[in-house]
Design a protein around this ligand. Sequence first.
Ligand SMILES: *Cc1c(COP(=O)(O)O)cnc(C)c1O
Length: 395
Amino acid sequence: MSDQKISKGTQCIWAGESSSLMQGATQVPVVHSVGFGYKDVDEWQQVALGKKPGHIYGRNTNPTVHAFEQKVRQLENAEGVTSASTGMGIISSTLFALLSPGQRVVSVKDTYGGTNVLFAEFLPKFNIDVMLCETGDHEQIEAEIARGCDLLYLESPTNPTTKVVDIERLSKAGKHVDAIVVVDNTFATPINQHPLELGADLVLHSATKFLGGHADALGGVICGPQNLIDKIYHYREINGATLHPMAAYLLLRGMKTLELRIQQQNRNAMQVAQYLENHAAVEQVFYPGLPSHDGHQIAKQQMEGFGGMLSFMLKENSFDAVRRFVPRLQYAHAAANLGAVETTIGPPATTSHVECTAEERAALGIPESLIRYSAGIENVDDLINDLRQALQPFA
Ligand SMILES: *Cc1c(COP(=O)(O)O)cnc(C)c1O
């Protein structure tokens, strides 16, 4: 594909936009129109049947949304792409579009909280069997795939403990039984990791996070072969979880700086992780870039950068310690989102796993004292100084 020849940073800026530019505008406009009119009824029909490019109705496609989708598609070097109003919109559309009663999903315990609810609560209602394996246990995952698997669903690194799975190894096992392999690439982004090149069929993102990067728009996107994308798009067009053109515009604008932001977030997260690992008040740091991390070797192999996400446990292992620590940080929003230009922190109990009970979180191996840290693009010295003063009473 000729898309591949230019670098990622240049793609972030230029890719996908040309067909949505209008009347010489250099920026993709926000097209707020619900309908797209045709005086020529034959042309209208050609577009409606997908035989000619164009737009018919805003729930289906839109020029601003199209530009956003094409930018992500080119960054993931995929054949097809479709989007949804949120990350969960694209994840649920994918699972409900591709699965049928009686089929079996193999996944890991550490998927995003909302995905976990789909696996635990909603798919079983439709008689779809879901097997959730220990996230780092590749032998168990391979054994479960071999027992029968129609869809293998992976996430790496995971939210919030940044566990890593070997995408190439597990994709191979999935392909061996003709499973569709789906990877949530939200934490890594197309700058740091390319699941399609590692053998996955579909790669998806909560665009709400790093792709948009400014915590001001929700969105979801998935890329892969056109035949699978067509099925997902067909279902999403009917369930109605359409990406809004204004959100698409904000995501598109945010993505122009994706490579720059991710490079800085990779550096900041690494330095913060190293600082915390050597701090007397910190029990453990989870960051794939640290040699002490269980998945470091795999991460080194399959990632170009280790990402902006880390988490850590205070030595004082209680939710009360988290309650006292969080408000002490000056340069960190205490909020549920992540991947923004501002550093953002939160415990899983109020963020990724708010949908789960304390017992469910414990079963997933998530300590109540864990703090998720999404490194922003601030000057790293300021971030470390802020952590130093905030941790002082805990040392
Ligand atoms: C946030 C998130 C999602 C869900 O995305 P929304 O846009 O909030 O619906 C899915 N996967 C991961 C890894 C996430 O961080």
